[in-house]
Write a protein that binds this ligand. Structure first.
Ligand SMILES: [Zn+2]
Length: 120
């Protein structure tokens, strides 16, 4: 098993945000967490789940389900003006015209989109 400090830190961040929101809402338990992961963020669902299970023990979020939504990157081509959805590994050239002047936007975000809680 490869341990990546980055994913551990990110997962701790998710947990902190989630517990904070749940406490403010007076929730008794967190049922599910919806996460948005950019295709290029390098995050692996399984790793996040693994760290989450470990970090959430004895918290309101213990046994919460993690639901992942992948968000594609958008590649824009300076040569033909085309825009394409892309996932890793990125093609170095435009799929439409073969141009190499590409601009990548999006696909690197990682955020908690919503949280489902139980109030009783
Ligand atoms: Zn192009």
């Amino acid at each position: 098993m490869i341990i990546t400090v980055h994913e551990l830190a990110v997962t701790q961040g998710i947990l902190d945000v989630t517990l904070d929101a749940a406490n403010k809402a007076g929730a008794r338990r967190i049922i599910a967490i919806d996460l948005v992961i950019g295709e290029l963020s390098g995050m692996v669902d399984d790793s996040i789940q693994f760290y989450f299970d470990f970090l959430s023990r004895d918290t309101l979020a213990e046994n919460a389900a993690l639901r992942f939504r992948r968000e594609p990157a958008i590649v824009g081509c300076w040569d033909c003006g085309g825009k394409f959805e892309a996932s890793a590994p990125l093609s170095p050239v435009c799929p439409q015209c073969g141009g190499a002047r590409l601009q990548v936007t999006g696909g690197r975000e990682f955020r908690v989109e919503s949280i489902e809680v139980a109030e009783s």
